[in-house]
Design a protein around this ligand. Structure first.
Ligand SMILES: [Zn+2]
Length: 128
């Protein structure tokens, strides 16, 4: 079995323990770290997406402000996501500015909708 040099870490490994990706032939360890970072990218993307999704949903459908609460909670965890993971893993989120913007936008929209909802309730009481 031929030995090959990993395209990433330059470690020499047996060819049967290598994988192919856009960098070329990489070793098992590098392949695993790629998979892990892809999982973080996916996690952040879907969390930011849900944050904005729930915020927009709360604008149209918001029984007992449950969707607002979910939207605020999801936005906060999306905003904190990069800070919560290890520094090493955070590197894989580099350049994901859209997700950061979506998370913050989600929180702002969710708070605005919740605020309007509370004001609406107060308004109803005032008129009674
Ligand atoms: Zn490697």
């Amino acid at each position: 079995m031929a030995d090959v040099t990993c395209a990433r870490c330059r470690k020499i490994v047996s060819e049967s323990y290598t994988y192919f990706d856009e960098d070329g032939q990489i070793c098992m360890d590098c392949n695993e770290s790629v998979e892990v970072s892809q999982a973080f990218v996916k996690g952040y993307r879907s969390l930011a997406g849900s944050a904005l999704g729930f915020a927009l949903l709360s604008a149209c459908f918001n029984p007992f402000m449950i969707i607002s609460i979910v939207a605020i909670g999801t936005s906060i965890s999306a905003i904190r996501y990069p800070a919560r993971i290890d520094e090493e893993d955070r590197a894989s989120l580099k350049g994901m500015h859209a997700e950061g913007v979506m998370s913050v936008a989600g929180l702002i929209i969710a708070l605005a909708i919740a605020g309007l909802g509370v004001l609406g309730r107060l308004g109803q009481f005032a008129l009674m």
